[in-house]
Design a protein around this ligand. Structure first.
Ligand SMILES: Cc1cc2nc3c(=O)[nH]c(=O)nc-3n(C[C@H](O)[C@H](O)[C@H](O)COP(=O)(O)OP(=O)(O)OC[C@H]3O[C@@H](n4cnc5c(N)ncnc54)[C@H](O)[C@@H]3O)c2cc1C
Length: 302
């Protein structure tokens, strides 16, 4: 098991190789954390030297700038802890696991409750940060508690309420808190039924999302609050479709033909292309509907 040491830091690592958009310049320093201890030590190292520090998971919600990012980027690939408690129907795992691995672990143990999140890319930690969800469920619905690294270096055990979850958000977006480990409450289920639901969701996702070989970061803008008297959020994609988004592109970035809320990298897109296209889309929606779209993706870097 590799522990953290400054000799493990790499310089000028291209982040485009670590993010689903396949866009982005170099991290000044880069560390691949395979354990929670390594992650905590790397954060402490950056803090002691006054270096900016950014922890990424699967890189599936990021637009990294072309000029790259100052300081230390830590790729959280920690998978040093996993425990399935069959009696309590709970799974506890390191935050660096893929969300998909959690889904498979639950299925493998005939536990239900997380299969709605099938196919959402990224890590468990990233999913908690943005309260990832789909098909009416989000990670907040099953998270019991977590081990977190606080900005002052303390490691705390915190419960679900600590995160102040809301639609695609949590307090992690304000406070610089890193999730190390998380425990989820599931229910006993029937293996074949869980599998059928996962397969059904994957079919639906394949029909409207680009293939993984195409760079993108999922829904680019947040869905809109419900209209008065309604309780469902309005899809940003529907509004974008009405302003002709699917015909729009800038350089190598264009709007995906099957989903107007996805910006895709046609191969040679830059972060500048993506940002420009996003600005044009926002301006068009503001102009035509007086609606202000806000990004669900996160822009990072210089
Ligand atoms: C094809 C596609 C489909 C998608 N579909 C959905 C969907 O249906 N629903 C949905 O909600 N999202 C969806 N997304 C968006 C994305 O998958 C989620 O936002 C995902 O949860 C991000 O996790 P990540 O590990 O990739 O985070 P990253 O992109 O690596 O990082 C995002 C943020 O999370 C923070 N973060 C990462 N790990 C931790 C940690 N351990 N502790 C604290 N903060 C952390 C980072 O600092 C950063 O601020 C989709 C994306 C793609 C590409």
């Amino acid at each position: 098991m590799m522990m953290f040491g400054p000799e493990n830091l790499r310089q000028n690592v291209l982040l485009r190789d670590y993010v689903t958009f396949k866009i982005g310049g170099p991290a000044e320093l880069f560390y691949e954390a395979t354990t929670s201890e390594g992650l905590v030590a790397a954060v402490a190292y950056a803090k002691a030297r006054g270096l900016p520090c950014f922890v990424m998971g699967g890189g599936s919600n990021l637009v990294v700038s072309d000029a790259g990012i100052d300081g230390l980027v830590i790729h959280n690939a920690s998978r040093d802890y996993s425990l399935v408690d069959q009696q309590a129907h709970q799974i506890t795992i390191s935050a660096g696991y893929d969300l998909g691995e959690l889904v498979k672990m639950a299925y493998g143990n005939s536990l239900t409750g997380v299969e709605s999140l099938t196919g959402i890319p990224g890590s468990v930690g990233g999913a908690i940060y943005g309260n990832a969800g789909a098909y009416g469920r989000s990670i907040a619905d099953i998270l019991i508690d977590a081990e977190v690294l606080m900005p002052d270096g303390q490691i705390l055990q915190v419960d679900n309420a600590f995160f102040k979850f809301d639609y695609r958000t949590s307090r992690l977006k304000q406070d610089n808190i890193i999730v190390l480990k998380a425990r989820f409450q599931l229910e006993p289920g029937i293996r074949e039924e869980i599998h059928a639901k996962m397969a059904d969701i994957m079919t639906q996702r394949h029909s409207k999302h680009p293939d993984r070989s195409i760079g993108c970061a999922g829904s680019f803008f947040k869905n809109l609050p419900p209209l008065p008297g309604e309780n469902r959020r309005r899809a940003a994609g529907a509004v974008l479709e009405q302003v002709g988004a699917k015909k729009m592109s800038v350089g190598g970035a264009s709007v995906y033909q099957k989903h107007a809320n996805f910006i895709i990298n046609q191969g040679k897109a830059t972060a500048a292309d993506v940002k420009k296209l996003a600005q044009l889309l926002k301006a068009k929606v503001m102009n035509d509907f007086g609606i202000e779209l806000s990004e669900e993706v996160l822009y990072i870097g210089r």
